[in-house]
Design a protein around this ligand. Structure first.
Ligand SMILES: Nc1ncnc2c1ncn2[C@@H]1O[C@H](COP(=O)(O)OP(=O)(O)O)[C@@H](O)[C@H]1O
Ligand SMILES: [Mg+2]
Length: 275
């Protein structure tokens, strides 16, 4: 079993402290549901763990087994077994999807895959994700629908065999068929012993997979740890109980800093994407 241990982590973005003392241990055979109101630091934690340079670690430690994750570059983290399925996957013009995947696979191998081996593998992955194979020959995510981008992230995950998978609102933009496919693939990967940290606002995805734990982040801190009952409660009643039961004031999202967040309602994503 592999362990990702986050201790007293503080993270700032543009000199504003977003994460305040996050302590969390992930195990490679466990799946953790990661909830919380928008703008409270969920993506910040995932990006900081992956090594996005915009997110400055000001305090704390992260260890992947015996290794100091924070001392590693992004590609070293990826090779060490970390994977991030992004909330907003970037379009990379000029980089062909298949070339990108092949390069990512081959840096993990002593002997590169032959073109035939690679295309066989790729073809299987596209079939499993029920995605048209022609997407493999397009530029990475360019002109992909929201749902195709999200499925492409999952496809990358299945090819790269990570130890820990972080999925950031992977279900936004997915119609119900795509959601079923993604849930099936997550379950297959769970059975292989991968650890998952899954951000979603909805019980629907969580109910389709196996969960070990749910955590809730408010004001840049993990304020609740529990089980499936937490997801049910949030799905039915929102986050008001955090204030009424725990006495924690939910600070408002600073929208002035947040150009990329589309607001609270991920239904907007569903309406916009995958059409
Ligand atoms: N790249 C960034 N540039 C500026 N501000 C950011 C950036 N990423 C996150 N933030 C700010 O950090 C806070 C937490 O955002 P985020 O981690 O995206 O929240 P969540 O994923 O929980 O919705 C917000 O106030 C957001 O505006
Ligand atoms: Mg987010």
């Amino acid at each position: 079993m592999d362990i990702l241990k986050i201790s007293n982590l503080h993270v700032s973005v543009e000199n504003k402290e977003i994460l305040k003392n996050v302590t969390l241990t992930l195990k490679s055979n466990e799946t953790v549901a990661f909830l919380g109101p928008n703008g409270h630091g969920k993506s910040t934690l995932l990006q900081a763990l992956m090594g996005n340079p915009r997110y400055q670690i000001t305090k704390g430690e992260v260890y992947l087994n015996e290794e100091n994750l924070l001392a590693m570059s992004v590609d070293q983290r990826a090779k060490a077994g970390l994977f991030l399925g992004m909330q907003y996957p970037s379009e990379v013009s000029g980089v062909v999807n298949a070339d990108f995947l092949r390069a990512a696979l081959n840096v993990r191998r002593e002997k590169p895959l032959s073109l035939f081996e690679f295309y066989t593998l790729l073809n299987q992955s596209y079939q499993k994700m029920k995605m048209p194979f022609e997407l493999a020959n397009r530029f990475l995510n360019e002109g992909f629908s929201g749902g195709e981008k999200k499925r492409n992230e999952i496809l990358q995950m299945t090819l790269l065999n990570p130890k820990f998978v972080m999925l950031d609102e992977i279900d936004s933009g997915l119609d119900i068929d795509a959601m079923n496919i993604v849930a099936e693939v997550i379950k297959e990967e769970q059975a292989k012993g991968r650890g998952f940290l899954i951000v979603s606002h909805y019980a629907r995805l969580y109910n389709m997979i196996h969960l070990n734990k749910a955590i809730v982040m408010v004001n840049g801190k993990v304020v609740v740890e529990g089980g499936q009952e937490i997801i049910k409660k949030i799905d039915e009643t929102g986050y008001e109980w955090i204030k009424t039961e725990l006495g924690i004031e939910i600070e408002k999202e600073d929208t002035s800093m947040n150009e990329i967040s589309l607001g609270f309602c991920a239904a907007k994503d569903i309406a916009r994407d995958d059409k």
